[in-house]
Design a protein around this ligand. Structure first.
Ligand code: ZN
Ligand code: MN
Length: 486
């Protein structure tokens, strides 16, 4: 199928401006203003107390780890770290917000004016500037039962620490939007401050899309795509919105500023009933929380202990393991895979390993809808499998059988080879006898091959593989065939 042409290519007079707000859930041990566990649980209303449930008269106490995490992201995005910042109350009513206000940052956020580097479609680098990064608390969850018309509230999530990362509208198309989000997620994962899991809502993006004529001085009216939980869907939704907005303007219509939801079935956007249309949140400094003062030394200490960041990591993967930029891109899509890969490389130096990881392990996980931590092939086992190929114990066809068996039940590759008798036949005399038989049994084919039908070589290889039940050493077989057919 041909690549779909973007509306931006079909309407070259237009340009798109996209700004993205990302909410990152921090993986601190406790919540932001109380000592409740911040761990995920499916038992509703078990990680709650008077503070996170907003009882009257309680006082919030700030979790210092939240500040540390925010500074880490600030440093990793080249932001200015504010030496003084402030919490504010943002007022609105919603059943999952028991205090009727969210503690967030308004006038003095913890970080400002940073940037994230992305790789554009043509391979060049582009800077996406950040307006701010601020700290806030998450709300609970409203759960609407499908058929009984009942609604429930789960407060486990109230008081989960969040970082809200707000970009300038520097993003110009769907590819850049995805690249930006991937870069940002890789960053928070590398820093170890969040799982970055989009399905679980630990990394949520609100994407503001607007279009305008290239010569227009001001931005067009924007529409917000709310909480889309996969990179692919965000890319699709952005592409759809660009086209919808350009078509509307071409038809002489006006764009209405609104919040939209992406329907993954119809692949269209639809307006969402919004709780905060034109709201006045009546922000004011939270009187229960002191001004946050961050000393220079405190920032310096965090800076010294920053882990390896994605750009440095990509450089090292290329330098230490000789990976191509394509391999690095796929591998670093999820930091878990980088860790897995590096664990594998402690057992083998094989250049084949990356292929088995990108093709077979990732393919298997996708096919069976598994995550990497559910994968039964440990790094040690994958390395063992590749070593068996490298040292000639099995050929690649047999390795596929071994892989499937190990992936299923986590068995040891060598045990599978022994049990199933998959050892490669590398005995030249034994293979030569088989080749001589094949040649004797197919005089007609031999004659055709010798008269110039080179393609028939494959027929003989196939025969030899069949006669050895797929276990013949392909290199030796090929050499022997060449010798006896010439
Ligand atoms: Zn609590
Ligand atoms: Mn927010």
């Amino acid at each position: 199928m041909a690549e779909k042409v973007s509306a931006l290519d079909r309407y070259p007079a237009y340009r798109t401006d996209i700004g993205i707000e990302v909410h990152v859930q921090l993986n601190t041990a406790s919540k932001i203003f109380c000592s409740c566990s911040n761990a995920q649980t499916d038992q509703p209303n078990t990680h709650i107390c008077q503070v996170c449930c907003g009882h009257p008269g309680v006082l919030p106490v700030l979790n210092k780890e939240v500040i540390v995490s925010a500074i880490k992201v600030g440093l990793a995005t080249n932001s200015e770290i504010s030496h003084r910042s402030l919490f504010a109350r943002k007022h609105y009513f919603y059943p999952d917000l028991p205090k009727n206000y969210q503690i967030t940052q308004d006038k003095l956020p913890i970080c400002t004016e940073g940037h994230v580097m992305i790789t554009k479609e043509d391979g060049t680098q582009k800077k996406i500037r950040l307006i701010r990064i601020h700290i806030e608390e998450d709300a609970g969850k409203n759960i609407h039962a499908a058929y009984t018309n009942e609604s429930f509230v789960d407060f486990n999530r109230t008081g989960t620490p969040l970082l809200e990362i707000v970009s300038y509208p520097d993003i110009e198309n769907a590819q850049e939007a995805k690249a930006y989000l991937k870069a940002l997620r890789a960053l928070v994962q590398s820093l170890g401050i969040s799982t970055g899991n989009m399905e679980e809502g630990s990394f949520r993006a609100d994407t503001n899309v607007s279009v305008r004529k290239k010569d227009a001085a001001t931005l067009g009216t924007r529409c917000e795509l709310k909480n889309i939980n996969s990179f692919k869907f965000i890319g699709d939704a952005v592409e759809y919105e660009i086209e919808r907005q350009i078509n509307a303007l071409e038809d002489g219509k006006k764009i209405i500023q609104q919040t939209l939801l992406w329907d993954t079935k119809t692949k269209t956007t639809a307006p969402m009933r919004s709780k905060e249309e034109a709201a006045d949140y009546r922000y004011f400094p939270d009187p229960d929380l002191p001004i946050i003062e961050v000393e220079k030394d405190f920032i310096e200490a965090i800076k010294k202990n920053l882990p390896e960041l994605p750009a440095a990591k990509a450089h090292r993967l290329q330098k230490d393991y000789g990976l191509t930029s394509y391999e690095i891109e796929v591998l670093t899509d999820d930091q878990e895979f980088v860790t897995y890969f590096e664990q594998c490389m402690q057992y083998t130096k094989s250049t084949q390993l990356i292929n088995w990881l990108l093709r077979d392990v990732m393919g298997y996980l996708k096919e069976h809808k598994l995550s990497l931590d559910q994968c039964k092939i440990t790094p040690e086992k994958l390395a063992a499998l590749v070593t068996l190929i490298d040292n000639g114990t099995i050929n690649t066809a047999a390795a596929q059988t071994v892989f499937t068996a190990c992936a299923k039940d986590g068995s040891d590759p060598l045990t599978v080879v022994t049990e199933k008798g998959l050892q490669q036949i590398g005995d030249v005399a034994q293979l030569e006898a088989i080749i001589i038989d094949i040649i004797a049994a197919n005089p007609h084919m031999v004659a055709q091959y010798k008269s110039g039908k080179d393609k028939l070589f494959g027929f003989f290889v196939g025969q030899a593989m069949q006669k050895t039940s797929g276990k013949g050493d392909p290199k030796i077989l090929s050499d022997l065939l060449k010798k006896h057919l010439s």
